[in-house]
Design a protein around this ligand. Structure first.
Ligand code: NAG
Ligand code: NAG
Ligand code: NAG
Ligand code: NAG
Length: 352
């Protein structure tokens, strides 16, 4: 009798586990425009001069070139919303088997505070894997209890977002890079089973600023779940220099065309005084054609001038005097599709 009951009992347990914890069976990952897992994606939101200020271009490892999205960023039907819904709808924020952190120098419903890095993003992962979304949208995303929403202040200018899927082992490296960035973590959870690997993130999560590392900057190579390499540059406020000219161009050994928010009389001029140059993009032309000036674009990215170098980076900082002493980072890749997508949309730049 016992012998016949036992397999039946084991089967029941399996069913109960599936019913109670459906989230355990779903990998946390970046999601594409159809909600399917994707290794990485890039979003380029258009400035408000082209309609509602909510339309965007989309690119990922399968799509390869910019596609105008059929969705708008204020709904959770597109890639950003579908990706963040793993936090909002899955209630992963209440789970003790997932870590998450939302950081933004301008959090939702709060004033800007001095002393934090000029950096914005979201991490969500469990013991297997998760995603890192790095973006340039102020006051975004909302607190988990409020669900997915897009702030009206994020409509006016262009914005960029880069989502990358990583296995668990990459996240301690990412967390240590975040320490350099002095992120303003406004909502987060680091459950106790993660504390051994994430003492630093737990401290950031508690709202205390982590003691700055002794060096002022650090580079780490990160491998995505599917093996794409992203090189992360992180500088603290102690590295007082323009990240593009003073570090990234020289480190990568490439001349860069840099597209950042350029407000009059605040921008750093194109700079060719070091071996590798950093020159300001003036106009961007996305497919459409959608032509806009850098002062209408709150994105922060750069590309190698010459095709042979193939670097494209997306990140946190503007080429602006005031941001020379801010903490922030850049994520760079030599993926040929990302490179072409950004290089081809440079409509004009200011040579030295
Ligand atoms: C998104 O914005 C559009 C245009 O302003 C609006 O018509 C739509 O109702 C908004 N959707 C949501 C879910 O907020
Ligand atoms: C995590 O939560 C589950 C369910 O609430 C609980 O049984 C378990 O003891 C918790 N684990 C830890 C390490 O807190
Ligand atoms: C932020 O996160 C914590 C822990 O995940 C949660 O309990 C809290 O209610 C959240 N919301 C706000 C508005 O702080
Ligand atoms: C060019 O950039 C370097 C590194 O940021 C800086 O030291 C130098 O002063 C800049 N030159 C000019 C002419 O702005």
């Amino acid at each position: 009798n016992m012998l016949t009951m036992e397999p039946y009992g084991a089967c029941c347990k399996v069913i109960i586990v599936f019913l109670c914890f459906p989230a355990i069976r779903t990998d946390i990952t970046c999601r594409n425009e159809a909600g399917e897992p994707v290794d990485w994606f890039v979003v380029y939101k258009l400035p408000k001069e082209f309609g509602s200020g909510l339309g965007y271009m989309y690119l990922d490892s399968a799509v390869e070139t910019w596609q105008m999205s059929q969705f708008t960023v204020n709904t959770s039907e597109g890639a950003i919303g579908l990706t963040l819904n793993q936090l909002y709808l899955g209630q992963a924020y209440m789970s003790n088997s997932t870590v998450y952190a939302m950081y933004n120098d301008g959090p939702p419903d709060m004033d800007y505070l001095k002393g934090y890095g000029h950096t914005k993003g979201v991490l969500l992962f469990d013991h297997a894997q998760g995603f890192w979304l790095s973006h340039s949208v102020p006051h975004f995303p909302y607190f988990p209890e409020r669900g997915y929403q897009y702030p009206s202040s994020g409509k006016l200018n262009g914005q960029t977002a880069l989502c990358m899927t990583y296995k668990y082992r990459q996240f301690p490296i990412i967390a240590r890079q975040l320490v350099y960035l002095i992120p303003r973590v406004y909502n987060c959870s680091v459950p106790s089973s993660f504390l051994d690997d994430f003492a630093d993130l737990a401290q950031l999560c508690e709202g205390s600023k982590f003691p700055l590392p002794s060096s002022s900057k650090n580079i780490e190579s990160l491998l995505s779940a599917k093996g794409e390499e992203f090189v992360h540059f992180a500088k603290s406020e102690r590295f007082v220099d323009d990240i593009y000219t003073g570090w990234v161009a020289q480190e990568l050994g490439t001349d860069l065309l840099v597209e950042t928010w350029q407000r009059q009389n605040r921008e750093l001029p194109s700079n060719c005084s070091l071996e590798n140059h950093a020159m300001n993009v003036q106009k961007v032309c996305l497919p459409g054609p959608t032509l806009f000036e850098s002062r209408h674009d709150h994105s922060k990215w750069c590309v190698s001038t010459g095709l042979e170098d193939q670097w494209a980076c997306v990140g946190d900082l503007n080429r602006e005097r005031a941001q020379v002493n801010r903490a922030g980072g850049l994520l760079c890749t030599r993926n040929p599709f990302v490179y072409k997508a950004f290089r081809q949309v440079v409509s004009s730049y200011k040579d030295c």
